[in-house]
Ligand binder design. Structure first.
Ligand SMILES: Nc1ncnc2c1ncn2[C@@H]1O[C@H](COP(=O)(O)OP(=O)(O)OP(=O)(O)O)[C@@H](O)[C@H]1O
Ligand SMILES: [Mg+2]
Length: 326
């Protein structure tokens, strides 16, 4: 069974005189134990997608299932089963950390005998144990966020939706959260659906990444599959012991595009179209011409570069777009 499956999932926000398609014919298949990250600009439709998938909103068209349950017919059952960290989580500020979690444990029917242990375990995992008996309102912003994440995972849900989990976290806290996500996916086969703007994080964490813009999925794949999309933009950096003008001449004569050259650092960065095939010959030839090479390094396009190019090429106003042929 797929953890999440959507068919032409669509959500329109309509008022008397406005119409906005926030999610447009989304088709996703997410396997159990995947960590799927949805990336996209502000207003792309990420939060709306999560709200649809957790039964908080009804689709305008199309549909979806989570753990085999229909998001419209079984909305309530889905809400009871999945974990959800919303974009702006509300915690009970006057209740202590423990009381906040006890409340959720009862709401989700965690067996009474397990509650205490489970709370202590999760608080420990997220490194907020020392605050357990303080009012949640006295926690720092990042600690509140960790509490909210702990709360989303408290009842051991098989599928967990996290809307920008680490946006307000300091690096060490973000790492704790990432490590927990990876561990739960690996050892307990939990599925994660994460909305994020953090490309570094998405790349490290995700089994697959979907990029959404104006409500539509514009690219999807494993981090390395996405990087492959721009493989021909991979550059190769050569660093030399000594700089000489002949180095530049060599690359120019061989019609290799120079993307960067810094004679002080004695480096030159070029695009080699047949990178695998041609790099050894180039190195050989440079050595043959008595240039001592200190370093040769392929620099693959970063996910950030790919993301920005995809999103920017999509940002042309719709009216100017020819209908996509594919
Ligand atoms: N309740 C609503 N009524 C009308 N329009 C809405 C509503 N909720 C969201 N929208 C609009 O739908 C679009 C998608 O919003 P959504 O919150 O899903 O984006 P997002 O990808 O989560 O953005 P962000 O990265 O800023 O969180 C936006 O244009 C937003 O203004
Ligand atoms: Mg959002």
């Amino acid at each position: 069974m797929l953890a999440v499956e959507t068919h032409q999932l669509t959500k329109d926000y309509e008022t008397k005189d406005t119409f906005l398609r926030a999610v447009n014919n989304l088709n996703l298949k997410i396997e159990e134990a995947e960590i799927y990250s949805l990336l996209g600009p502000n207003g792309a439709g990420k939060t709306t997608s999560v709200r649809l998938l957790t039964g908080l909103l009804r689709p305008s068209e199309g549909g979806a299932s989570v753990l085999g349950l229909d998001i419209v017919k079984n909305a309530q059952e889905i809400r009871g089963k999945v974990g959800l960290l919303t974009e702006t989580p509300a915690i009970y500020e006057r209740l202590t950390v423990r009381q906040n979690l006890e409340f959720i444990a009862r709401l989700y029917n965690v067996p009474k005998k397990d509650i205490r242990h489970r709370i202590e375990e999760i608080i420990d995992l997220f490194d907020i144990s020392e605050k357990i008996d303080l009012p949640a309102g006295s926690l720092s912003k990042g600690m509140k966020q960790k509490l909210a994440i702990a709360r989303a995972m408290l009842h051991d849900p098989p599928v967990i939706f996290l809307d920008e989990p680490t946006a307000s976290l300091a690096p060490e806290s973000a790492k704790i959260v990432r490590d927990q996500i990876l561990k739960l996916a690996k050892t307990e086969k939990r599925t994660f659906f994460i909305c994020t703007h953090n490309l570094f994080e998405a790349e490290r964490l995700s089994s697959r990444i979907g990029i959404i813009n104006h409500g539509s999925l514009i690219a999807q794949g494993t981090p390395s599959e996405l990087r492959e999309l721009k493989k021909d933009e991979t550059t190769t950096l050569f660093r030399f012991d000594q700089w000489s003008k002949e180095i530049k001449d060599y690359f120019e004569t061989n019609k290799l595009e120079i993307v960067e050259m810094d004679t002080e650092r004695k480096i030159i960065s070029v695009i080699i179209p047949k990178i695998e095939q041609d790099t050894p010959g180039i190195i050989k030839e440079l050595i043959h011409q008595n240039h001592s090479i200190v370093e040769v390094k392929h620099e693959f396009p970063t996910l950030e570069k790919i993301y920005l190019e995809l999103v920017e090429s999509e940002s042309v106003p719709r009216e100017n777009h020819e209908e996509e042929e594919s």
